[in-house]
Design a protein around this ligand. Structure first.
Ligand code: SF4
Length: 417
């Protein structure tokens, strides 16, 4: 399959951001810009990169086609305190990305010469320059967004072993690209504990931590090994807190009720996420075939409802990779059909106390879906508004995954307004 095809005419085929801002006066323009920048990605000019200081900022380095490396900011914060979670490295968009440039001495987001908003580069936490007693750089143990930390206990996903089972939007392993993770490639618990001790020393910064990783199906019953890894890591992290429970979230394969109860009882975990990914059963089977074979769509939903019984309403959420339900050839043919089904499933989930969120689909160059186009800005604004309203209707607070903690979910980010 070919890589992404840049369509020079794309601006003529869809409504512009100015038109969408006029169409939805109930949404602040900065929220619409945030959605569009997530959808289209960003590219840094030389002038912007001159402002990058790796003694202050969090820096990402990636390899260019010519074999050289390019250093860019990990990501950006908007003027209203919300974050863009978008890296130039993963900006493989068929539309023009926004430019991050310097105008009037300010770092700004620009499109077609028009300045939209001032932005700032993410600053790195103090522990990033330190090492554990085993010599491991602490930044390799725990990663950071501006106010939330993240940790991947394992560098493995079962579906990378059998590429055709992988999720079709996944850029890591589903295209058959060799990934180096192994089932026993686990994070060192001593490194975790030492890094946590450093991390909590930074005043006013830490609002929570998220643990996530691929699916590990093995064990005496489905996903037992995955569960045990999370329990071990959460217990190691919990040693730095005086209270039993502390601000935390994990995003895992859907555990059954007995596993969820064990997770809750044996750790300080306060909130739980398992992403349904696709809000239509048939499309779930096509897009996430491995997951669907292991846990059906119905069973995944049931496990989410069970999680609400264990963790409580407002402490469980689920997401969709928004836009993949329109992927060709089997996806919905129109954005209206996709939205209808998304809202139908969203209502069902929220009525059982499950908070809803969406992540904008980035078409990864290494994914099975490479070469496809994500939907229009209008679709993303409608989805964002709809999910926000459904959460509100069922009294579901966005706090567990708010704009300060994550930043990737446009509908939850609206809660700050
Ligand atoms: S479960 Fe996650 S890591 Fe594994 S193939 Fe699917 S998206 Fe990729």
């Amino acid at each position: 399959m070919a890589g992404l095809q840049y369509d020079q005419e794309w601006r003529k085929k869809e409504e512009s951001i100015e038109e969408i801002i006029k169409k939805y006066p109930e949404l602040p323009p900065i929220a619409i810009l945030e959605i569009d920048a997530h959808r289209r990605g960003v590219f840094y000019t030389d002038a912007a990169l001159e402002r990058l200081d790796d003694s202050i900022h969090q820096v990402t380095e990636y390899k260019l086609r010519d074999g050289t490396f390019r250093k860019v900011p990990a990501s950006l914060t908007l003027r209203d305190g919300s974050h863009l979670v978008v890296s130039e490295d993963t900006t493989k968009t068929a539309r023009d990305p926004y430019l991050v440039d310097v105008v009037d001495n300010k770092i700004v987001l620009v499109d077609q010469g028009k300045v939209y908003e001032e932005v700032s580069f993410w600053e790195k936490p103090k522990f990033f320059d330190k090492f554990t007693s085993r010599g491991t750089p602490m930044k390799n143990v725990i990663q950071a967004r501006p106010q939330r930390y993240s940790l991947q206990p394992s560098k493995f996903c079962h579906f990378w072993e059998c590429a055709k089972d992988g999720c079709k939007y996944c850029s890591i392993g589903s295209s058959g690209v060799k990934y180096h993770g192994k089932p026993d490639d686990l994070i060192n618990l001593q490194d975790v504990e030492e890094t946590m001790r450093e991390l909590v020393k930074e005043p006013g910064r830490f609002v929570g931590v998220i643990l996530t990783g691929g699916s590990i199906l093995s064990g005496p019953k489905l996903c037992e090994d995955e569960l045990q890894i999370y329990i071990d890591v959460l217990q190691a992290m919990g040693t730095v807190f005086k209270t039993k429970k502390w601000p935390s979230q994990i995003n895992t394969t859907a555990f059954d009720k007995e596993q969820l109860q064990r997770l809750y009882d044996q750790t300080g975990l306060t909130s739980y996420t398992t992403d349904l990914e696709v809000f239509d059963d048939e499309l779930y089977q096509w897009i996430c075939p491995g997951k669907a074979k292991a846990i059906s769509h119905e069973e995944w939903k049931k496990r989410l409802f069970d999680a609400v019984d264990v963790f409580g309403k407002g402490y469980v959420d689920t997401g969709l990779v928004s836009g993949v339900e329109l992927a060709s050839p089997n996806g919905f043919k129109t954005e209206a059909e996709a939205l209808k089904k998304d809202f139908e499933t969203a209502e069902e989930m929220a009525s059982h106390g499950v908070l809803l969120k969406h992540d904008i689909w980035h078409v990864g160059d290494n994914s099975i879906f490479r070469g496809q186009l994500n939907p229009s800005l209008d679709y993303y604004v409608q989805l964002t508004k709809g999910l926000y309203e459904i959460n509100k209707k069922y009294g579901l607070s966005a706090d567990m995954d708010s704009y300060r903690k994550c930043g990737m979910h446009p509908n939850l980010n609206l809660d700050r307004i």
